[in-house]
Design a protein around this ligand. Structure first.
Ligand SMILES: NC(=O)c1ccc[n+]([C@@H]2O[C@H](COP(=O)([O-])OP(=O)(O)OC[C@H]3O[C@@H](n4cnc5c(N)ncnc54)[C@H](O)[C@@H]3O)[C@@H](O)[C@H]2O)c1
Ligand SMILES: [Zn+2]
Length: 336
């Protein structure tokens, strides 16, 4: 068991890497804890939930909404959960976002932790303390920044993870490597998706490395005034495409990263855009989609990251080093 503790401005988070789900009993009082999961995770891992108080929610982004919070709270009241209860989100990013939010408002706040079960949740969504729900078409419109007490990884969960969810996770891993870790980028170039699906030890160390990378970025900039913005690499255009073209998040940001790499080349002479494209392809991620330029620019004009008529865009100086550049909407339009 490897336990590592990370300090944030007003909380500390214990990480249990390669934890083993059974270890959860040693971290919390089983009788006074509630696991929150979704149908898919529960179905594949039912035996692990034995002897735990559990609430099983409907899966998917469309249920990351207030109605789900209400039904969850009703079940917690029925279970007589109180201020001393610990909530544990066992699932993908939808479940960890929901659990952190529910735990922050139930009785004005109870202790919570995460057991991320999707690759994306392990390397990204469970880390950083952003919790919340969607409202109508607005993603993560309502929420709170609050760190979990602990995060426990057990790679056994990945055995049931669908192929497309592996790809979604790798899109964020490639993002991390591109903006922050040239050595990891080279390692990703040398391997491929099925390698990590087969090799547990290598997958484990890659996941740990990514979780640590995101943790470090968040520690340096908990409230997103600078450094943390780099994690938006590929996401500005990605989000605009995701909403309109039925792409998964990973697919959309993969295309977003391709454009950001090309833009880095065009504006600043970035020389490694081919490598970015090739590594995305290696992990079966798309690098191109036919899209309506006007429509996408329309969405970008509404972007939260927009200031007046320009956007703070994340570009690459070289692989492993990203920076923020102000780009005008016109400039962006020309280069699409
Ligand atoms: N808080 C943050 O900082 C942050 C960062 C990134 C993403 N997010 C959020 O995370 C969500 C995306 O996360 P996600 O991709 O994990 O989504 P998800 O929770 O919807 O999981 C994806 C799918 O995989 C299934 N699943 C998860 N683990 C499984 C397993 N072990 N076996 C079988 N099926 C499994 C889920 O039921 C779901 O159908 C979004 O809502 C996004 O906004 C939050
Ligand atoms: Zn993302």
């Amino acid at each position: 068991m490897q336990k590592k503790t990370f300090r944030f401005s007003n909380a500390s988070v214990d990480f249990y890497f390669a934890g083993g789900f059974a270890y959860l009993k040693k971290i919390v009082d089983q009788k006074n804890s509630v696991l929150i999961t979704d149908d898919n995770v529960f179905l594949h891992h039912q035996k692990r939930f034995k002897n735990w108080n559990s609430i099983v929610l409907k899966p998917g982004e469309e249920f990351k909404i207030q109605a789900t919070v209400d039904s969850d709270v009703a079940q917690m009241i029925a279970m007589e959960a109180d201020r001393t209860t610990t909530l544990i989100g066992v699932g993908g990013g939808v479940i960890t976002d929901l659990t952190g939010y529910i735990a922050s408002v139930y009785m004005r706040g109870v202790r919570f932790g995460f057991v991320p079960t999707s690759l994306l949740a392990m390397v990204d969504a469970s880390i950083g303390g952003k919790n919340g729900i969607d409202v109508g078409n607005y993603k993560n419109m309502v929420g709170i920044i609050r760190q979990p007490a602990f995060i426990l990884h057990d790679l056994i969960f990945l055995q049931s993870l669908p192929e497309n969810e592996w790809r979604n996770g790798f899109a964020e891993i490639i993002k991390h490597a591109a903006i922050k870790d040239a050595r990891m980028f080279t390692e990703l170039e040398q391997n491929n998706l099925s390698f990590y699906q087969r090799k547990r030890t290598e997958a484990c160390s890659l996941i740990r490395r990514n979780a640590l990378l995101k943790t470090k970025v968040v520690q340096q900039d908990e409230f997103e005034s600078g450094e943390r913005k780099l994690l938006n690499f590929g996401h500005t255009l990605g989000h605009a495409l995701e909403n309109q073209y039925e792409l998964s998040h990973g697919e959309a940001i993969s295309i977003g990263m391709t454009y950001a790499a090309m833009l880095s080349k065009r504006l600043n002479g970035f020389k490694q855009s081919e490598r970015v494209i090739q590594v995305l392809e290696k992990y079966n991620l798309p690098t191109f989609v036919e899209f309506d330029k006007e429509k996408v620019i329309g969405v970008l004009k509404m972007d939260k990251k927009k200031v007046k008529d320009s956007i703070h865009f994340i570009l690459l100086q070289k692989i492993g080093k990203a920076f923020i550049q102000k780009i005008s909407i016109d400039q962006l339009y020309q280069s699409l």
